[in-house]
Design a protein around this ligand. Structure first.
Ligand code: FES
Length: 117
């Protein structure tokens, strides 16, 4: 039994056997069921935070799980903005979470100005 994965559903029955694939997230290694989304595989491994908000640094994770909200964006290799809820895990994937980025176009808020005093 794995954390966060429904192994036996009361209506659908037991989870059928599947091959496993290995991948990494922020340098740590995990396994997933073949064909499983990145979001599902990470949730099954106890990972709920997929990135930090670019400006505020608040933790973000699965919200809609159908590809609409973009809250689950991760980086795979050199490609950023990949929706973890829609992307199947592949063997050897090197997945990284998003982090706080400089925001040169954001207008300074009153609290920003008070921090610089
Ligand atoms: S959780 Fe909403 S797009 Fe992935």
């Amino acid at each position: 039994m794995s954390y966060g994965r429904i192994e036996h559903h009361p209506v659908l029955g037991p989870l059928p056997p599947a091959a496993t694939v290995s991948f990494s997230f922020d340098g740590s290694h995990y396994t997933a069921r073949e064909g499983e989304s990145i979001a599902a595989a990470l949730l099954a491994s106890g990972i709920r935070t997929l990135r930090l908000h670019e400006e505020h640094g608040s933790p973000r994770g699965i919200y809609c799980n159908i590809g609409h909200c973009m809250e689950c964006r991760v980086t795979i290799g050199a490609k950023s903005g990949i929706r973890a809820c829609l992307t199947p895990v592949k063997a050897g994937m090197d997945i990284r979470s998003g982090t706080v980025l400089p925001t040169p176009f954001r207008q300074a808020t009153k609290s920003d100005r008070s921090l610089s005093l």
